[in-house]
Design a protein around this ligand. Structure first.
Ligand code: FES
Length: 322
């Protein structure tokens, strides 16, 4: 598990929309919370003991309190349902340090944020920062209707309203056309950021690739969208520890994290599902087989970093910077 865990107080719980609650948190000792980059997420351990990742969605320039929002998942295994059912104002929660894998690019000439559903959360914190910077941006929010979506009143008034476009009730077969409209006339050097259900983001990426280079498209996936059914290239391979030269075999059905633990090398983990990036380790040699959903395209292509909870190796030996 992640080692930098703190206890926070829940100052307020708000119903943002049917099935979506937000939680305002502050440090128990009154000190400022960690600074974070907009788009960052934190680990939150619910009363059931389950740890999940949630995007911070408040103003990233405020350190006294942070905000995160949780959608109750129908198939909840104790994360979202426990937070909804058992956490009220005054409760204490364990959270991890903010982690940033989904960031604004300061070199972008314009920022196009495209959210669907609860995917609004990381993009909302980005919008706060972009407003403060007086940057050129648009936030496109795809929702079923205004009654069922979170943060509508906030986004409908200054300072956001002038930069927000709501797309209500867009059917799946119309998403491409609607996203094409969002990207019509964007500035050269614009970057596109998207968060929402996996199928939605796949459409956004597909359309965005016709307008901007792949490196200018940024997305954040949820664990529930991951496809881990594809068979790995190698059933087993060796991991070598660069600092000592010792090796351990990673067998079929075993993770690199588990194999390393068997020789008393503990890699911090959180989601265990390739989403949060906690278990990233630098690669010294060998060819990673990436099975995560948090590394960027360029990080994947470089082959110099790997998420040890889910990824594997295409080469018989993978040497890690441990
Ligand atoms: S522990 Fe979250 S990506 Fe590996």
């Amino acid at each position: 598990m992640n080692s930098s865990v703190i206890t926070v107080c829940v100052d307020a719980v708000r119903d943002e929309a049917p099935g979506i609650r937000s939680y305002v948190i502050s440090r128990v000792d009154g000190a400022p919370l960690d600074a974070y980059e907009p788009g960052a997420h934190i680990d939150v351990t619910s009363p059931s003991g389950v740890t999940r990742q949630y995007s911070l969605c408040g103003d990233p320039d405020l350190r006294e309190q942070h905000l995160f929002a949780v959608k109750r998942e129908d198939a909840s295994r104790g994360g979202s349902s426990s937070l909804h059912d058992h956490v009220e104002a005054g409760a204490h929660l364990s959270i991890g340090a903010p982690r940033s894998l989904f960031r604004l690019d300061p070199a972008a000439s314009e920022h196009i944020l495209i959210a669907a559903g609860i995917g609004i959360t990381p993009l909302l914190s980005m919008a706060y920062r972009l407003v403060r910077q007086n940057a050129s941006f648009k936030l496109h929010y795809f929702i079923r209707d205004q009654a069922s979506a979170a943060f509508i009143p906030l986004l409908s008034q200054p300072p956001f309203a002038a930069n927000v476009v709501f797309h209500c009730g867009v059917e799946a077969d119309r998403v491409d056309a609607e996203v094409t409209g969002c990207l019509a006339g964007i500035a050269p050097g614009a970057h596109v950021y998207t968060c929402g259900p996996g199928a939605f983001m796949n459409r956004v990426v597909s359309v965005a690739e016709q307008h901007v280079p792949a490196e200018s498209i940024h997305l954040e996936r949820f664990a529930a969208d991951l496809d881990t059914t594809t068979a790995p290239t190698l059933d087993s391979f060796d991991v070598e520890i660069a600092s000592t030269g010792s090796r351990v075999r990673v067998g079929k059905g075993m993770s690199i994290v588990q194999a390393l633990a068997s020789i008393d090398i503990i890699v911090d983990t959180s989601c265990g599902e390739g989403v949060c990036g906690t278990c990233m380790v630098d690669v010294v040699d060998g060819e990673p087989e990436h099975r995560d959903h948090c590394l960027s395209k360029s990080e994947r292509a470089s082959g110099t970093v790997i998420c040890c909870c889910v990824s594997r190796s295409r080469s018989p030996v993978l040497i890690l910077d441990l």
